[in-house]
Structures are given as structure tokens and as C-alpha cells.
Design a protein around this ligand. Structure first.
Ligand code: GLA
Length: 418
């Protein structure tokens, strides 16, 4: 028999614990992002680069159809993401609604359609009161919006950073992460804060990826700065990844922005662009019109070897191992002792490569891997052609302007000289 005082003490203890648990749960201090959604970099399509605000439900449905028909889905692309300008007004209760003219069937019907194709649907919002396109943002409506997206069947949220003056980025993104957790539907959370507050330092626990730079601009080596906004070409974005590789890994990626492959660069530039994003373990989000793309664009985007490098389960972002004028070499350690090597010609002149494998030990301190080609021979295969070879002889190649040679190294095959 418990004495009166002991019972009282026990009840009080239970009450205090209950209050503590309740407060903790309400404050979501245990909320987490959904794990396992981006154990390799996410792959999909997004409407912005090609269509900007000129989007509607027909485009999204036709893109989902094309994603299946053109082999993109089989190649690994799975998210169909609607970017800015899908929003209409909030209703009297503050619930966000899609633009009734452009999305008359509503988002639930669209999600059902996309899911019916075995694909996933993504949507876009912004941490400020309005989006970059001037539509309603989620500020002050985070939990309500996350609930709405979950009800619609949304699988992915890109969360932008326009009109957020005075807001703390880590706080705002954490609020939305917690709102998604509370809504209960797994959604990949893609932070789009352009690298301003160094999201790589805080977003690992908050988002599945974070943009590292201003928006991509559809060119290989140029920059576009009208007024306050900046657009960066492929090489400019690559150069801004210096020092960031240690922050990336399974479930949390440096996002170099959406692809411009198929939007007008040359084929060599498109191949180099995709190769760079693959080496850097960046999300691969297509940005072209899948319904009308050329066969050569389709083949570039579905290159299985290059995609496999991006999707390698170790999830180690490439390091630059050599820079010699316009020629740079990047290396990415892969699962099972393999490596990917990318020779990049940055210039608009051809460059001759003569690479002595044995001159230096290939080393990556981050993944603690190294190869001494004096002691071991690796076989290589060119991921953009059918060429093969091995590291017992020097590599010789001519790189066209703005092009790459991307090799998969497998081995070791045999000790040198045996
Ligand atoms: C920002 C983002 C882009 C795109 C537009 C939409 O610029 O960085 O990727 O989402 O907003 O307005």
C-alpha cells in the first residue's frame, strides 16, 4: 500500500513529466526532417528554368507523361516539381489555393495523376510573405501550408528566400522543417537560400539539400547581373563550391541549382554541365522541356554511367586534384574501391591532355582513400564514349573547348610489373 504522501509525490512527478513531454512535443524540439528521402542526391524535373511563371496543370501532366515515355523515369528521375507561380489567393481561413485558371482541377488531382505514373510531385513556397514571383509565401502560415501540402499528396518542397528581410534563415527553415514533420507526410525539403547565410553550416539537420549560389544562368562561362539579381554560368557555380565538399553526404547535399541541359548550350557544354553536377553530388533536377527535347539531349540526360557517379552510395563530393591553366582534374571516390575522374577544359580552345598516372598518388583525405598507380593498375572506361584503357600507360587525349573527359576507374587489376 502506498502511503498518501508517496502517492501524491508520484502523481506530481507524473504530472511534471507529462507537462514536460507536452511542452517538448508542442515546441517540436524533437522534430526532424524525414530521413531516407535523399540518401543519394534527388533527381527530377522543375518548371522554372524553361517556363518561369508560364505554367499550368497541363504542362505538369504532359511533363509527367514525357518523363516516363522518354526513359527519364527509368534513368532515375522521379520528382516532377512545380516552381513559383502556381499559387492563387488564400481563402478566408488562410488556406493557400492554387491559381484557379491555371490549375482548375486542383493539386490533389494533379498529385494523383503524377503518382499514377509512378512519379512524385513537388511544390514551391517561400519563407517570406510573398514569393520571388509575388505570390503568397508561407511566412506565418508554415504549419497550415505544410498540412495543406500533405493533404494534397505533395512529396517535395522547395523553399525559397525572397522577401524575408529581417528573418533568420536557420530559424525560418527550421520552422518549416518542423511544420512538415508535424504534418506527417514524408516530403523532401529543398532549401533555396542561395548560400547567403552559409546554409552548409547549419542545414544538415534541417533540409535534404541547400542551394549554394545565386540562380544558374544558361551559359557555360558567363555571369549576368541585371540590377540586384545575379545569374551564374556553369563554371562560375562550380568555382563557388570550393571548400564545401565536407558538408555534403547522404541525406544532405550541396545543391548547385537546376540543370540547363537542353536549353541551348552546345552538346559538349551540356555533357560537361551534367558531368560536373554528377561529380559534385549535386541534385540532378532537369530544367528543359521534356516533351520536345532532341534525341541527343535525351541521351545526354540519361547517360547511365554519369548518373551512377552522381548516385553513388558513398555520397562523397568530388575534389579538385589538379589545376593547370584551363585544364582541371576532379576525382570522386566511389563505392567498392572505384573512382570517377573528370578532366575539364574550361577554355574555348582545345586542350591536349597528357596525363602520367604514376606521377602522383591520388589521395582524398576526406574519405581516407588513395591510389598509388605505381603500385596498382586500374582499368578506365570513358563514360561519354566506348573507349577503355588502363593506368599502366599515360593518358593522351584532346579535349574540345568547354568539354570533359569523364572516366570510371575500376580496379586494382594487378600489381604493376607482375
Ligand atoms: C528564385 C529561385 C529560383 C526560382 C525563382 C522563382 O530566384 O532561386 O530557383 O525558384 O525564385 O521565382
Amino acid at each position: 500500500m502506498m502511503k498518501g504522501f508517496e502517492m501524491y509525490t508520484k502523481r506530481m512527478a507524473q504530472l511534471v513529466l507529462g507537462i514536460f513531454l507536452g511542452v517538448a512535443a508542442c515546441g517540436n524540439s524533437w522534430a526532424q526532417k524525414f530521413e531516407g528521402l535523399a540518401s543519394t542526391p534527388q533527381m527530377g524535373w522543375n518548371s522554372w528554368n524553361k517556363f518561369a511563371c508560364d505554367i499550368d496543370e497541363r504542362l505538369i501532366r504532359e511533363t509527367a507523361d514525357a518523363m516516363v515515355k522518354t526513359g527519364m523515369k527509368d534513368a532515375g528521375y522521379q520528382y516532377v516539381n512545380i516552381d513559383d507561380c502556381w499559387q492563387g489567393e488564400r481563402d478566408a481561413d488562410g488556406n493557400i489555393q492554387p491559381d484557379p485558371k491555371r490549375f482548375p482541377s486542383g493539386m490533389k488531382a494533379l498529385a494523383d495523376y503524377v503518382h499514377g505514373k509512378g512519379l512524385k510531385l513537388g511544390i514551391y513556397s517561400d519563407g517570406g510573405a510573398t514569393t520571388c514571383g509575388g505570390r503568397p509565401g508561407s511566412r506565418g502560415h508554415e504549419y497550415q501550408d505544410a498540412r495543406t501540402y500533405a493533404r494534397w499528396g505533395i512529396d517535395y518542397l522547395k523553399y525559397d528566400w525572397c522577401n524575408t528581410q529581417g528573418l533568420n534563415a536557420e530559424g525560418a527553415y527550421t520552422t518549416m522543417r518542423d511544420a512538415i514533420a508535424k504534418a506527417g507526410r514524408p516530403m523532401l525539403f529543398s532549401a533555396c537560400e542561395w548560400g547567403i547565410s552559409k546554409p552548409w553550416e547549419w542545414a544538415g539537420q534541417v533540409a535534404h539539400s541547400w542551394r549554394t549560389t545565386p540562380d544558374i544562368y544558361n551559359c557555360f562561362d558567363c555571369e549576368f547581373s541585371p540590377g540586384l539579381s545575379t545569374g551564374l554560368g556553369v563554371l562560375r557555380i562550380l568555382d563557388r563550391q570550393a571548400g564545401l565538399r565536407k558538408f555534403a553526404g547522404p541525406g544532405h547535399w550541396n545543391d548547385m541549382d537546376m540543370l540547363e541541359v537542353g536549353n541551348g548550350m552546345s552538346e559538349d557544354e551540356d555533357r560537361a554541365h551534367l558531368s560536373i553536377w554528377a561529380m559534385m553530388a549535386s541534385p540532378l533536377i532537369l530544367g528543359n522541356d521534356l516533351r520536345t527535347m532532341s534525341e541527343s539531349t535525351r541521351r545526354i540526360l540519361t547517360n547511365p554511367g554519369v548518373i551512377a557517379v552522381n548516385q553513388d552510395r558513398l555520397g562523397v563530393q568530388a575534389l579538385r586534384v589538379m589545376a593547370d591553366g584551363p585544364l582541371e582534374i576532379y576525382a570522386k571516390p566511389l563505392d567498392g574501391g572505384q573512382w570517377a575522374l573528370m578532366f575539364l577544359n574550361r577554355s574555348n580552345q582545345p586542350v591536349d591532355v597528357r596525363h602520367d598516372w604514376k606521377a602522383e598518388v591520388l589521395t582524398d583525405g576526406l574519405s581516407n582513400r588513395s591510389v598509388d598507380f605505381k603500385r596498382t593498375v586500374y582499368r578506365w572506361s570513358d563514360l561519354w564514349s566506348t573507349k577503355t584503357g588502363d593506368t599502366s600507360v599515360n593518358l593522351q587525349a584532346r579535349l574540345a573547348p568547354h568539354s570533359v573527359l569523364m572516366l570510371l576507374l575500376t580496379g586494382p587489376t594487378k600489381p604493376q610489373g607482375v
